[in-house]
Design a protein around this ligand. Structure first.
Ligand code: PEP
Length: 253
């Protein structure tokens, strides 16, 4: 039995006041989400504030990105895995489609980030997913397979994947209000699990694979009810405590 996860990706949203208010709301309602691992991923600059506010709460803290180089050094504007640990983060989103498509992160760079994060004791939330034109031209499995292979081809890849959570996020469904149908999502989740089974059946059975892409309180239960969907990575709806908690409750039921 895989424990469901609901993770909120706040992206570049927030202020000190917003963080206080949102986390107060989430803390109040999270007790009704028994059995679900709840994670919030604020922008870097609010991690410290969020860690203080979440002390003692059943809500874990994650970051949205990290530098592929660990330790310290001349990497202007970057944040290392050690710094994230120091701030109290236990998870980090790696390879979100916005990082891949706006900032040009390659499959190889994403793989490196996942390896570095896992080696530092962080849980990578590894995002994979196809663009609309890739889906429409029947390349979904090829793209997702290639993104996973970038990690699996590395010597440390399987070990990093064992410590990771995978998020399948069709790019055409992110922030668009256009959700994959539960069947469309399930098909890709099953494909990912089958791909992992080629490495090890244990890895495949234990891997938690989240769906992300316009998950809302109204569609969460149906998506989470599919056999290979183990929760969600939530963007827009994670910015409203009521909506986020409703999605967490859907994962609990
Ligand atoms: C995301 O950015 O990971 C995401 C799934 O966003 P949204 O829920 O807003 O589509």
């Amino acid at each position: 039995m895989r424990r469901p996860i609901v993770a909120g990706n706040w992206k570049m949203h927030g202020s000190r006041a917003f963080v206080s208010e949102l986390l107060a709301g989430i803390k109040e309602g999270v007790t009704a989400c028994e059995g679900v691992e709840v994670i919030v991923c604020p922008p870097f600059v609010y991690l410290d504030q969020a860690a203080s506010l979440l002390e003692g709460a059943r809500v874990a803290l994650g970051a949205q990105n990290l530098c592929q180089v660990s330790g310290q050094g001349a990497y202007t504007g970057e944040i290392s895995c050690d710094m994230l640990r120091d701030m109290g983060a236990g998870h980090v989103i790696v390879g979100h489609s916005e990082r891949r498509n706006i900032y040009g992160e390659s499959d190889a760079l994403v793989a490196e980030k996942a390896i570095v994060a896992a080696a530092a004791g962080l849980t990578p939330i590894l995002c994979v997913g196809e663009l609309l034109e890739e889906r429409e031209s029947g390349q979904t499995e090829q793209v997702v397979g290639r993104q996973l292979d970038a990690l699996l081809q590395r010597e440390e890849g399987a070990a990093a994947l064992e410590k990771s959570v995978i998020a399948y996020e069709p790019v055409w469904a992110i922030g668009t209000g256009r959700t994959a149908t539960p069947e469309q999502a399930q098909e890709v989740h099953a494909y990912i699990r089958q791909r992992l089974a080629q490495i090890s059946q244990n890895l495949a059975d234990g891997a938690r694979i989240l769906y992300g892409g316009s998950v809302k309180p109204g569609n969460a239960a149906e998506l989470f009810g599919m056999a290979d969907i183990d929760g969600g990575l939530i963007g827009g709806a994670s910015l409203k405590a009521g909506d986020f908690l409703a999605i967490c409750r859907a994962a609990a039921s």
